[in-house]
Ligand binder design. Structure first.
Ligand SMILES: Nc1ncnc2c1ncn2[C@@H]1O[C@H](COP(=O)(O)OP(=O)(O)OP(=O)(O)O)[C@@H](O)[C@H]1O
Length: 766
């Protein structure tokens, strides 16, 4: 902890710069809890916390999970922090600032100062008259007074490192729909680079005019009058021009490359961030292959933005220079070129609408094809187990044939404009040459030959961009289709804007359902029908019922996956719909029947990319989940590599890892939705035995078919057809709830009464 005594005139106190100032990211200190801040917020490094607070001051919610450490530094450094803020859509700079500069931050927003010991503080203002700055701890409550610090005291803890943040001028709203307008905005924000490219292109265009004019001079002056001095002058000018053109061309390509890469990066970041914010519902209703195919279309948008659109923009500049020169050399020939270009445009426009229809058929067929592929890959285990290869192959053949047919039809139609345009393109170049030659023959001035050469050179340069412009309309159609395909995924209503808004109450774990009715979209019968029950904080709560009775739906609603219910669902007295979604989920630990483990080490899977968590945190969670004994027996312990889908782990081991992963952030509420149902009795016994230990200090909700795993619960909720049948402890339910008794008897039929009682004895801890 860094203490900075206050000025002599102030009360002797100190700034608690940070309790965890050792720089240990993720230490579990309870001190300095930000009011209303999520538990995760308290655990993250003080430097992250300081940046988060300044971002929040500017109305931007950064996600600590997106913080990445690029450097080997043990504490987050200024560059990484600044990059994090930039990725979150802010303008940010990592700087070294002198004291005199600090005094200028009189009325600006807060600035993050990074202290020598790994801590951080917020500079909230300055007073040049008093020669002091005002500092606040990253942990201090919002309304806490800033402390005045003079240069000498600050220099003891601060060497000049700072991070500046403000909302980016070029901030592209993350919630804005994915449309052409959005894409144009994206390009517009590269205005400075675009201006440079424009200047370079304009200069290059001017330079391209010079060689034809020189040829004209060469023919008209040098050849006609044998002027050697003009020839020398021309040669020197051409040499200089070549060098200049080469250098300028190089610079322009370089800038285009950079702009292209930046647009590409922004596009990809935006698309993925929107994808992650789509509601689970969407993924449940759409095959993965279809989503991936639609999103893959952004590569076409990217190519259009960084290729065609940019080059057409440059061509336009070239045309602006070349067309007047063309008319200056010969107006008759100039009109001929423009007329040909006009006819080409008419042909392309005429084919636009039919081509659009055919292209839509291609898109539909390709989407179906991708869906079949994705479904087969995702369900390959079932395909193999049931020997469904021939059926899947037949489906695939059908889809491939359909896509092939659609492409063929599109290609055949697209061939027509191409065929009609080619002779006109040729006529444009050759026709002008022939007519030019005829004009030259009848010209008496003698200058026409040189002009014809110059015109020929220029006409070729004009023809290409003019046709390119017409083709752009065609490309535009394709890109329009690609935008609407990607938009069909990205422009769905996002999970909730409450990722960045909403309340962030401190979670205790008391839950209440009041008259809650919920019906899934596309169904008529409510999955939950006027449900009422309470779960006191810190208790173990079981949910049972027949298949389809609504057990998992309760768990889904608690996670905020579906929010369009009627009635009330309250967490610690706060309506769940009002709570910030990210905050809510950070307070929950969820283990499902089938949990996905990502490719990576066991440690990485338990930590799951959360910033600041270390091996010791992973070990603590693994111990609590009863996973440590098998992890330690593995050849590389916590560094053992797991493949996608974790084929090298047994079902029980996978579940225990999933429990450890859910426990890593010490959730207030833990939900186990059929987490032990698919396990063999031995693995289930191990997991169940650890439940009591896991449940300590948190609310635990266990959804299970197997009643024997719920006997220790404080209360058990019995659901039937979406309605609450009863809520009571195991013994009471056995006595008074017929359905519960029936389920119990079914599952323990093989046991006599004595054994049935034994089964109710809690399993011992292992
Ligand atoms: N995503 C969904 N879309 C539409 N209907 C759904 C969806 N999920 C569940 N349902 C329906 O809602 C009802 C309750 O389902 P829920 O999954 O909550 O039952 P459950 O008690 O957990 O069943 P099980 O024990 O078989 O998992 C069922 O009738 C089910 O068909």
């Amino acid at each position: 902890m860094v203490s900075i005594p206050l000025n002599a005139d102030a009360r002797p106190t100190s700034i608690r710069v940070d309790a965890e100032a050792t720089g240990k990211v993720g230490s579990q200190s309870e001190a300095g809890r930000a009011p209303g801040g999520p538990a995760e917020f308290d655990r993250i490094a003080p430097r992250l916390k300081a940046v988060l607070r300044v971002a929040r001051y500017h109305g931007v919610e950064l996600d600590p999970n997106e913080f990445r450490v690029a450097s080997a530094s043990p504490v987050p450094n200024a560059t990484d922090l600044s990059q994090w803020a930039q990725n979150g859509g802010m303008w940010s700079r990592a700087l070294r600032i002198r004291w005199s500069h600090l005094l200028r931050f009189e009325h600006t927003g807060p600035v993050v100062l990074l202290f020598n010991d790994g801590g951080a503080g917020l500079l909230t203002g300055a007073s040049p008259e008093r020669n002091v700055v005002f500092l606040k701890s990253a942990d201090a409550p919002e309304d806490a007074e800033a402390i005045a610090i003079d240069e000498l005291r600050l220099s003891q803890v601060w060497a000049g490192e700072a991070v500046l943040l403000r909302p980016a001028r070029s901030y592209i709203a993350a919630d804005a729909p994915f449309t052409l307008g959005w894409l144009i905005d994206l390009v517009r924000f590269e205005s400075r680079s675009m201006r440079d490219i424009g200047i370079a292109s304009f200069t290059l265009s001017l330079l391209t005019v010079l060689p034809p004019l020189m040829v004209m001079t060469l023919v008209n002056k040098v050849l006609q009058f044998n002027s050697v001095s003009t020839l020398v002058l021309l040669s020197a000018t051409i040499a200089v021009l070549f060098v200049y053109e080469t250098l300028l061309g190089h610079a322009r390509r370089l800038i285009i490359n950079v702009v292209g890469a930046r647009l590409d990066t922004k596009l990809n970041l935006h698309v993925f961030s929107r994808l992650l914010r789509l509601p689970l519902d969407y993924f449940e209703r759409h095959p993965a292959g279809e989503t991936m195919y639609h999103l893959a279309q952004i590569y076409r948008i990217r190519e259009f933005l960084t290729g065609k659109l940019l080059s057409t923009f440059l061509d336009l500049i070239t045309l602006c220079v070349l067309i007047p020169v063309m008319f200056y050399i010969n107006a008759t020939l100039g009109w001929m070129v423009l007329a040909c270009a006009g006819v080409i445009m008419l042909i392309i426009f005429a084919f636009l609408a039919p081509l659009r229809r055919r292209y839509q058929q291609v898109v539909d067929a390709e989407t179906w094809k991708a869906a079949a592929l994705g479904e087969t890959v995702v369900g390959i285990k079932t395909v193999k187990a049931l020997g469904l290869e021939p059926q899947r192959r037949a489906l695939w053949d059908e889809r491939v044939a359909e896509a092939g047919r659609a492409r063929l039809a599109f290609g055949q139609l697209a061939n027509w404009p191409q065929t009609l345009v080619t002779p006109i393109e040729r006529a444009m170049v050759l026709g002008t040459m022939l007519i030019g030659a005829y004009l030259a023959m009848s010209d008496t001035s003698g200058y026409m030959v040189g002009s014809l050469f110059a015109f020929m050179m220029i006409a070729q340069r004009v023809a290409q961009p003019l046709v390119g412009l017409a083709r752009l309309v065609e490309d535009f159609e394709e890109v329009g289709a690609a935008i609407s395909e990607a938009g069909s995924v990205l422009n769905r209503p996002l999970e909730s804007s409450s990722n960045s808004t909403g309340l962030r109450p401190k979670l205790v774990g008391e839950i209440s359902f009041r008259d809650l009715t919920f019906t899934y979209i596309g169904t008529n019968t409510p999955a939950l029908d006027r449900v009422n029950f309470d779960i006191p904080a810190g208790t173990m709560f079981g949910i049972v019922g027949r298949s389809g009775s609504g057990k998992s739906t309760i768990a889904r609603l608690l996670q905020g996956i579906n929010r369009d219910y009627s009635g009330f669902l309250k967490l610690d007295g706060v309506d769940l719909k009002e709570i910030n979604l990210r905050h809510l989920r950070q307070g929950l630990g969820v283990v499902l029947q089938d949990n996905f483990l990502f490719r990576g080490s066991i440690r990485d899977n338990i930590i799951a990319g959360r910033p600041g968590l270390t091996l010791s945190d992973a070990m603590r969670a693994a111990h609590l989940a009863g996973a440590e004994e098998f992890i330690e027996r593995m050849p590389n312990g916590y560094d053992t590599y797991i493949e996608e889908g974790s084929p090298n782990l047994s079902g029980g081991q996978k579940q225990r890892l999933a429990i450890a992963r859910a426990l890593i952030h010490d959730p207030t509420v833990m939900i186990l939705d059929e987490a032990t149902s698919a396990l063999d009795p031995e693995s289930e016994a191990v997991v169940s035995a650890n439940l009591m230990r896991i449940a300590r200090g948190r609310t635990m909700i266990i959804v299970s078919h197997r009643l024997s795993s719920l006997t220790e619960c404080d209360q058990i909720l019995v659901m039937d057809q979406g309605q609450v049948l009863d809520v009571a402890p195991h013994a009471t339910l056995l006595e008074r709830c017929a359905l519960y008794r029936q389920l119990w008897m079914q599952q323990n039929r093989h046991l006599d009464n004595r054994q049935a009682r034994l089964a109710a004895v809690p399993p011992r801890l292992v």
